[in-house]
Write a protein that binds this ligand. Structure first.
Ligand code: PLP
Length: 393
């Protein structure tokens, strides 16, 4: 019997555990301090009414003979796939309903989709980025090349001369840097992938935060992407479904490698290993995509965006270099006074009672940077920024 020893090569899930350890110990030694967290990547506002009404109705249907739903289609109910298809239509993108796969969130699909690929493929992963891309490939022992995401390229790496890879991860709007690729930049990646017969894993989990219509919310707004990209998306950040769990993955039928259709392979994989998302959750997701549901979700996103705008404004006043926040809940800042990420974490906690996320937790290029989020309440964000001004202004 042999275990997968690649698990020994993965670093401990150290970042949030260490954040929580330090916060707990600080709270213990400062029981009278009110600690505010601007470190969370989770939403805090409740579900919109359209979603909760659909949830209740569908749950009650489940208790009736006529309305009962057992196992659903593994790919998702047609009503939700069609709603997602229409949502893409509003971006001017034509996606076939059969190419849309409903999931329990982007995280699972990002990892599971790797089932379709040989372990010898080389993957290109930005550094810093959402750590799931790195960890899921390390678990499979796949060779990883990191793409430097640094201040000089706006934390958005681009194809370079001599670069080679089979799977390319792109995250836009980006976690952690909060920046967004332009159409021209994404076109360069699509051209690169087509030329190298590579496949782009496009993570659009934060697309709902984009307000500038010239910025791409989907890779499929880029010509040629239907032949080289898979898109992972989610209701988590668009509609606060982090606890409810629903997402979707688009695998175009035009995506073919070595004579094999990736859409067919993914369908085969899902019908074997996945039994679908609960019926009431899919009804709630479809309700989110109605004009009424989307308007309600935008209200919450606006609150987060305003929080992010306030953070950005405060940092500007304090002369702290930062990016992101405009089309994302995340603000990425350079630690003042050339502090390293953990040093700044401790300083911010001790001097302002504010918690953030050390950039070094997202990759080596994140060292010296720090992530703050707009996911707090407006009151707490305001309070935290007043304290920030007092300490760093
Ligand atoms: N992709 C990115 C970039 C994320 O930051 C997150 C969650 O924070 C996810 C995917 C996970 O989304 P889901 O809740 O749909 O699994």
């Amino acid at each position: 019997m042999k275990l997968n020893h690649h698990f020994e090569e993965i670093s401990e899930s150290y970042l949030f555990a260490e954040v929580s350890r330090r916060v707990q110990s600080y709270r213990k030694s400062h029981p009278d301090h009110e600690v505010i967290s601007l470190g969370i990547g989770d939403v805090t506002r409740p579900l919109c009414t359209a979603a909760t009404q659909a949830l209740v109705k569908a749950s009650q249907e489940q208790g009736t003979q006529e309305g009962f739903h057992g196992y659903g289609p593994e790919q998702g109910y047609p009503f939700l796939r069609e709603a997602v298809q229409s949502y893409y239509g509003t971006m001017g993108v034509q996606v076939e309903a059969e190419d849309i796969f409903i999931s329990d969130g982007a995280k699972s699909d990002l990892g599971n989709f790797l089932d379709l690929f040989d372990r010898e493929n080389t993957v290109l992963i930005p550094d810093p980025v959402y750590p799931v891309y790195r960890d899921t490939n390390q678990m499979a022992g796949r060779p990883i090349r990191y793409l430097n995401a640094v201040r000089e390229n706006g934390f958005l790496p681009m194809p370079e001369e001599g670069m080679e890879g089979d799977i390319i991860y792109l995250c836009s709007p980006n976690n952690p840097a909060g920046v967004v690729y332009t159409r021209e930049q994404l076109q360069k990646w699509v051209d690169f992938a087509l030329e190298h017969e590579a496949i782009i894993f496009f993570d659009a989990a934060y697309e709902g935060f984009i307000r500038d219509s010239s910025l791409p919310r989907s890779i499929f707004t880029i010509p040629g992407a239907e032949k080289c990209a898979v898109e992972f998306c989610s209701f988590s950040k668009l509609a606060g479904f982090t606890g409810l769990r629903c997402g979707y993955t688009v695998v175009p039928h035009t995506l073919v490698r070595e004579g094999m259709s990736l859409r067919k392979m993914w369908l085969r994989r899902q019908t074997t290993k996945f039994n679908g998302v609960p019926y009431p959750v899919q009804r709630a997701a479809a309700a989110v995509l109605t004009p009424e549901g989307l308007a309600q979700c935008r209200e919450s996103i606006e609150v987060y965006r305003q929080n992010a705008a306030l953070i950005s404004q405060t940092l500007k006043e304090c002369g702290v270099w930062h990016t992101g926040g405009a089309h994302s809940p995340y603000i990425w800042l350079e630690c003042p006074g050339k502090m390293d990420s953990w040093e700044f974490f401790d300083t911010l906690l001790e001097k302002a009672d504010v918690v953030g996320t050390p950039g070094s937790g997202f990759g080596k290029n994140g060292e010296g940077y720090f992530r703050l989020t707009g996911f707090g309440t407006p009151e707490n964000t305001q309070k935290a920024m007043e304290r920030f001004r007092k300490v760093f202004g």
